[in-house]
Design a protein around this ligand. Sequence first.
Ligand code: S3P
Length: 441
Amino acid sequence: MLISHAKKLAGEVSVPGDKSISHRAVILGSIASGVTEIRHFLLSADCLATIDCFQKMGIEIVGRGEVGKDEKVVIRGRGMRGLREPSRTLQAGNSGTTLRLLTGLLAPQRFTSRIDGDESLRRRPMNRIIEPLSLMGGSVQAIGRGGCAPVIIHGNPLIGLHYESPVASAQVKSSILLAGLYADGETTVTEPGPSRNHTELMLRSFGQPVQTNGSTVTLRPEYHLQGREVTVPGDISSAACFAAAGLIIRGSELCLKNVGVNPTRSGFLKVCEQMGAKITRENERTSAGEPAADLIVKSSSLTGVEIGGDLIPTLIDELPILAVLACFASGTTVIKDASELKVKETNRIDAMVENLKRLGADIEATEDGMVIHGGRPLKGTALDSRGDHRVAMACAVAALAASGDSEIAGAECVEVSYPAFFDDLKKLIQDPDKPAPAPKA
Ligand code: S3P
């Protein structure tokens, strides 16, 4: 994908539905009773993998509406015990959320299942969920190299667990909570810091109470889930790329419509504010417990900051794009406590440091993050997504703000979370030297 320097961005964009929430709506809709209708569902490779897994377990799921307009998915839930033994391996593709959440859900079923994924997914750690699921009485084996996928799950009755997770990970927490729905007794997960709470919010909206106390979540499985209508807000991880581009390309002004701003997910906005970014929220609203707003972004002079501690889980997927922002901020930005970046779709510390260095940035990798001295001019060059959608999108933004042209290898991986990313980006690029089209009579 060729990306050239952009002089200005302007206009409005409605980013696709949130990936984490779309996955969870399919999962809960499938084991709920009755119909679940999901609006603004994210029709991307990751979420389609989750749909495919449930179809293989006998759940009727149909897509309605048009991509980019009124994406709708309708699920005919078969209740808590309605999943059928899949006759083939379930394929999670590139999706860690599909693999880890489904492993938790399938551990207490009355059948055996097997889940596999692509090369990247086969390198991602599974012990973080196998350990707690085993403590609950689950029988889960990761038979791939280094204890990774493929995963074989022999369904077993489970008992509730009080688990202190060594990592702040919504995938670990959600995997345990989904298993806990079927367990005998109460399940509690305590994290080192609170991770995104979409599972808790959606469980509540489907009728299953969940208690939250700081970074501890407790579930007593006495309820049945009831299908419902879910409206998915726009994905803040996708919106962050446009926001960053609008901030660093001089003279830009963007309106990002209907972006999810759940506080456990929106650390990006907090950091932008600390850096001096002009981003304001309009039309704030809540749907099924998930807050959303329109974001107005104006190009801004930015200052470097330190990003670490409990903030990290709230912006973990936005760290690649924050590294790009830091290159355009005055002073130094330190990203720390973020070693989780090494076990994402690729090692995102290495990938961002290498790509931004190629562009001429002053950036170094550390054990648990990066140090970026901002202000060096970036110059277009050959970049590599390493097959990671967030790296591809962050590179695209860096390339837009750099001088000259850049070529991003493997940019098609954006299909994982935002298939129309490059089309939507192109629509925002303005040429201030060209006269504006005459208004229609
Ligand atoms: C996700 C949780 C995060 C995030 C991933 C989606 C989720 O992963 O990076 O893109 O939907 O629960 P971890 O739980 O591994 O931090």
